[in-house]
Design a protein around this ligand. Structure first.
Ligand code: AMP
Length: 474
């Protein structure tokens, strides 16, 4: 049977679940679902490579829903790295179960413990939670892990990143009736493979070629830009967005998320910030509103954006380049979901050039260096003005190379230096090396004086000649 003919009905799923799937509007399983669901339904352990957006929740959700019954005690647990992801997974499983009547409960930190305990005490068949709170609830006697038979780890690589593994192992040990383990991860660092080896039995591996991360079909661009003009470039990208486009901007710190949201606001560009300091309630509101298209631009840290599942994201912007290469892949995976086209932009300062090279070589990505996009037709002013950014063109000693059209034979280096010092009234030390060839001369000028010196060079005559002056980089 070819994949194009293949649909959910050929599996003979329980009718409530089959109805749940079709009322979700899903017609055919995604690749990971097609490969993971059959072995998981047989009760085998599965290690699957799947990123958010590939349909992985259905891949583990459907077999879990099938094997649980509305008995009122936990039979399956799904562990996720963040509460947002836990909420999302629980929601999706809720809609997939149709009328089966299972109680699916979320257990995550940052919310009222007593309320969660109360809900659990009413009976729960499937737990979806973050490790810390699951442990807490178990220790307090509100959660019984002893009759868990399916254990599922979602985004295992990120859980590892976030230092959750000791907690995961604790929960595994308490799940003493465990019969089946499902593990999903976008990437497979050594530690995830080791962990899988340790607690899984002959798992079926579902990997894409060479265990490479699946890179979504998206255009990736990078712009060489100094810190001062990132906002200008962002303005250019924003003003080229089409109706209905949505943008997720990544900054590396909470503070930067705040600054950026505020600055954009000053230029009348509405953007909402999402970071870990916001209350759970507020975060959920922001995410919901973004999902429903109520917000066009979201600025987030990596942690806050984990598991953010919004199909409408068309643009990802790395306002700050991520520190590690894997985060880049996670970030750009927020766009181009479910086969849609997306675009990712990265701002790269001079010092970060080697970092972007490392990212593209590690994951064999093609990231094209380009200029910021032009203003769209009919627009003749930048939404955010460009500023002179001398820091980007100065060397580590703060010197900027300025080129003037004077050849070797025309004058001596000393003449030129003296003329600049006298005309611009700058100290000797503001002039660095002078390099000449037959047609041109490059003069190093200190960054603090360069703007003024360039104005002077252009305005006054040198031995009766009007000169041009242009920056040629550090
Ligand atoms: P996930 O990778 O689980 O976060 O899923 C990404 C998105 O794809 C979610 O919005 C799912 O509801 C949707 N999705 C998952 N499986 C299918 C499918 N077989 N057909 C259509 N949409 C799907």
């Amino acid at each position: 049977m070819t994949s194009s003919q293949f649909d959910f009905s050929s599996w003979g799923l329980e009718s409530s679940i089959a109805k749940g799937i079709s009322s979700n509007g899903w017609e055919k399983p995604t690749e990971i679902q097609r490969e993971a669901i059959p072995p998981a339904r047989k009760g085998l352990d599965v290690v699957g490579q799947a990123k958010t957006g590939s349909g992985k929740t259905g891949a583990f959700g459907i077999p879990i829903l099938e094997s649980c019954e509305p008995l009122g005690h936990p039979q399956a647990i799904v562990l996720c790295p963040t509460r947002e992801l836990a909420v999302q997974v629980a929601r999706e499983m809720e809609s997939l179960q149709g009328s089966k009547g299972l109680s699916i409960q979320t257990v995550y930190g940052g919310t009222d413990l007593e309320k969660q305990a109360k809900k659990l005490s009413k009976g729960c068949d499937i737990v979806v939670g973050t490790p810390g709170r699951v442990i807490d609830m178990t220790k307090r006697g509100h959660l019984d892990l002893e009759r868990i038979s399916i254990f599922c780890l979602d985004e295992a690589d990120r859980m590892l990143d976030m230092g959750f593994f000791p907690d995961v192992l604790w929960i595994l040990e308490k799940s003493s009736s465990r019969q089946q383990t499902l593990l999903f991860s976008a990437t497979f660092p050594e530690e995830v493979l080791d962990a899988a080896e340790e607690f899984m039995t002959d798992p079926v591996h579902i990997m894409s070629d060479d265990m490479e991360v699946e890179i979504p079909e998206i255009d990736q661009y990078a712009i060489h830009i100094g810190r001062m003009n990132k906002l200008w470039a962002l303005g250019r990208i924003i003003c080229n967005m089409k109706d209905g486009d949505q943008m997720l901007i990544f900054a590396n710190t909470k503070r930067m998320v705040e600054i950026l949201t505020e600055r954009l606001g000053k230029f009348r560009i509405r953007a909402t910030g999402l970071h870990g300091d916001l209350s759970q309630n507020k975060r959920e509101k922001v995410i919901d509103s973004f999902k429903q298209g109520g917000e066009e631009i979201l600025v987030a840290t990596d942690v806050a954006a984990r598991g953010l599942d919004v199909d409408g994201i068309t643009h990802v912007v790395n306002y700050d380049l991520p520190v590690d290469t894997e985060t880049y892949v996670h970030r750009i995976g927020r766009t181009g979901r479910m086969g849609r086209k997306g675009v990712a932009w990265s701002f790269v300062t001079r010092e970060e050039t080697s970092q972007i090279e490392k990212i593209s070589s590690t994951w064999s990505l093609s990231i094209e260096f380009t200029e910021a996009p032009s203003l769209p037709e009919g627009m003749n002013r930048d939404p955010i003005g460009k500023r002179e950014d001398w820091d980007e063109v100065s060397d580590i000693f703060g010197m900027v190379k300025v080129r003037v059209p004077l050849g070797k034979g025309d004058y001596s280096k000393r003449d030129l230096a003296d003329w600049i010092i006298e005309q611009a009234r700058v100290p000797d030390i503001a002039i660095g090396e002078i390099l000449q060839n037959d047609e041109e001369t490059d003069v190093e000028i200190h960054v603090d004086k360069v703007a003024y010196v360039m104005d002077v060079i252009k305005a006054r005559e040198f031995n009766g000649l009007s000169l041009s002056a242009k920056i040629v980089g550090p």
